[in-house]
Design a protein around this ligand. Sequence first.
Ligand code: SF4
Ligand code: SF4
Length: 117
Amino acid sequence: MASWKCVKNCGACCYLDPAERPGLEEYLSPEELELYLSMVGEDGWCVNFDHTTRQCRIYLERPRFCRVQPDNFEQMYGVDPTDFDEFAIDCCYQQIEEVYGSNSPEMGRYIREVESG
Ligand code: SF4
Ligand code: SF4
């Protein structure tokens, strides 16, 4: 069973356009939803995302909904911690496909790195 991991040079989950994220209000508190919407730039990307380095400028202070970890996924999505890896990997696949495409270098890298364990 593969373990979830975040690969370098991606950032797909920092594309926050609410049109691509149905049901935000179901898993974010009203305060978090307000924060989320305040972070969406005109191009749909998070204003804290550095496109040059593809890294988060506020990584250590990023909100709960940016933190991919079992306790958060259980609270936000009701995912049992034993299903965390599978669920989180699927989230990355979906997000990478939407943002970069299924034949993108980002997708290729993700598949290789996750499958290599
Ligand atoms: S989509 Fe997944 S691999 Fe890409 S930056 Fe987000 S967590 Fe990392
Ligand atoms: S705060 Fe950081 S981790 Fe969260 S969406 Fe923005 S750039 Fe990505």
